[in-house]
Write a protein that binds this ligand. Structure first.
Ligand SMILES: [Fe+2]
Length: 443
């Protein structure tokens, strides 16, 4: 296969390199007045064996070179110890210097691109996948330090070695602060340049591996968190199902309570939304509404169904439903904070409630919401001892309890919910109802 790399000069350099590492192999320096017989690119071997040494690109090693004697089996040069050819960009406005550095780095096995200005360098950075850049500090136009910043924006993992004159050391250090890995003072010994690039590449590889490790750790944590959230949701759904069965059993005892907890859950959830609480709290409020009276399963039916006024002993017995409910639900701790809301649903903001006599904001927000929703639903539902109230009357009764027994903010949200419900209910008929009447009905 014919030589594909730029020029015969490169081929000669490769041949010299191979001679250094493989003494038995004839190289271009053995050829005397070597001349080109192309294609393929060939050099006449000197008098020793009069064979031809053919230099060609070995497609199997992707850009590496092999030598063969004419008429003999190709002797493939072992690839350098890198998985692929690494690309390096050399940027300097001194053409001779940039050529020397480029030639040296090619001998080390890198694919080298050259640039004389920062603009050319950035253009090449965008077109190639460089692992490293050797960069002069004192470039015309855009400076070397600015080039460092711009190049790292395009290729964050680029290993950058600065080359500077003796009086540019402070600037070179500034370039390192912008992300360069090292700086060398001109004249730069080539061996030192090679060693510096190797160090920068090792550091670069370490950064890449660390970022990859961090990314994998984040992915693992994210996946595990999602799994835990799914498990938690499944457990909560199972627990809520158990609690639902308890509520259904409780409601079987009392026809007047049937549907009460479902309506309280619905209304409390709407109040929580109107108060712009977060979704998790809204869900907990709804669950608390469903569970708030589960303890009534432990209340004597004669007391629950009593049509007249309760005696003190009977009322004390009814109040026990909060403690009984907490005992029933205690084995389901993952229902928290809904459990706390259940515990607080008979507390009153003036401290007159039970079981703890909490005041104001010592009562959980869910507890204050359930108190309002529970009272409103009780007033607007039929009870053995009284008729139901209309919503407007019930709102008026609750309005008289705000600030003393019920939370004012929650009551305001209830008013909004009732208004919104009426508006939704009336909306289909709005076209048939005079505006003034509609406004009265919706208010
Ligand atoms: Fe209750």
């Amino acid at each position: 296969m014919p030589l594909a790399l730029g020029s015969i000069v490169d081929g000669l350099a490769m041949a010299r390199d191979q001679r250094a590492t493989r003494p038995g192999l004839h190289s271009a320096t053995d050829l005397g007045d070597a001349h080109l017989l192309s294609p393929p690119v060939s050099y006449t071997i000197s008098e020793e064996d009069r064979a031809a040494l053919c230099l060609h690109q070995d497609s199997a090693t992707s850009g590496r070179y092999a030598y063969q004697r004419s008429g003999t089996r190709p002797a493939v040069v072992p690839p350098v110890d890198r998985p692929t050819v690494q690309q390096i960009l050399v940027v300097d406005d001194e053409p001779q210097l940039v050529e020397v550095m480029g030639r040296y780095l090619r001998r080390l096995g890198y694919e080298v691109h050259l640039a004389g200005t920062a603009g050319q360098a950035l253009e090449l950075v965008r077109r190639h996948k460089f692992v490293a850049m050797v960069c002069d500090v004192g470039l015309p136009g855009i400076s070397g330090t600015e080039l460092v910043r711009c190049a790292l924006l395009d290729e964050p993992h680029l290993a950058i070695v600065m080359c500077t004159g003796a009086n540019d050391a402070a600037t070179a250090k500034a370039a390192m602060a912008r992300g360069a890995a090292d700086y060398l003072v001109k004249p730069v010994p080539l061996a030192e340049l090679g060693a510096s690039i190797e160090r920068a590449l090792v550091r670069r590889q370490g950064m890449i591996e660390q970022e990859e490790g961090d990314r994998q750790a984040r992915d693992l944590l994210s996946n595990r968190t999602e799994e835990l959230m799914a498990e938690r949701s499944a457990l909560q759904a199972l627990t809520a199902g158990v609690a639902e069965a308890l509520v259904n059993a409780m409601e079987q005892k009392d026809v007047f309570l049937r549907g009460h907890s479902q309506r309280v859950a619905q209304l409390a959830g709407e109040i929580a939304v109107a108060m712009e609480l977060d979704a998790a709290t809204v869900a907990a409020v709804q669950l608390g509404g469903r569970l708030h009276d589960v303890g009534k399963i432990g209340i004597r039916e004669a007391v629950l169904h009593k049509p007249g006024r309760l005696s003190e002993e009977e009322y004390a017995h009814v109040k026990e439903h909060v403690a009984i409910g907490m005992e029933i639900l205690a084995p389901l701790p993952n229902l928290w904070p809904a459990l706390e809301f259940v515990h607080h649903h008979h507390e009153r903001v003036d401290g007159s409630g039970y079981p703890q006599g909490l005041r104001g904001e010592a009562i959980s927000i869910g507890g204050r919401i359930l108190a309002v929703a529970d009272t409103f639903d009780a007033l607007t539902s039929i009870r053995p001892y009284r008729e139901r109230l209309g919503e407007t009357e019930a709102l008026a009764v609750l309005g008289g309890m705000t600030g003393t027994m019920l939370d004012e903010t929650v009551y305001a949200a209830l008013e909004q919910v009732v208004r919104d419900r009426r508006a939704r209910w009336l909306a289909p008929f709005a076209a048939d109802v005079p505006d003034t009447l509609f406004m009265q009905m919706a208010s």
